[in-house]
Design a protein around this ligand. Structure first.
Ligand SMILES: [Zn+2]
Length: 88
């Protein structure tokens, strides 16, 4: 995955921290069912489900698989080190 494309999605909120969600970065700007989202505020994991960025929480089985991916764990570690004071 590349991180050079940011695009608007359906507006929603993170189901873990409730921060607004309205854009995604990565890939080629096209969302597919099952693509992974890492919340920029809390590192929570969601999966895209259909039209332009609707999110759902992964099942426990999916979450276990996602957390075994070193790249996803790296993204979560980076997010958790960010200083979010300027985004409030
Ligand atoms: Zn969050």
């Amino acid at each position: 995955m590349t991180l050079d494309v940011t695009f608007k999605t359906v507006e929603s909120n993170c189901s873990y921290c409730n921060e607004p969600f309205d854009a995604a970065t990565g890939g080629i700007g096209v969302l597919r069912d099952g693509d992974v989202s890492v919340c920029i505020h809390c590192g929570g994991l969601h999966l895209f489900a259909g039209d332009r960025g609707k999110l759902r929480r992964p099942t426990q089985e999916e979450l276990t698989e996602l957390l075994n991916d070193p790249l996803i764990r790296t993204y979560q570690r980076i997010v958790r080190q960010l200083d979010h004071r300027s985004t409030k």
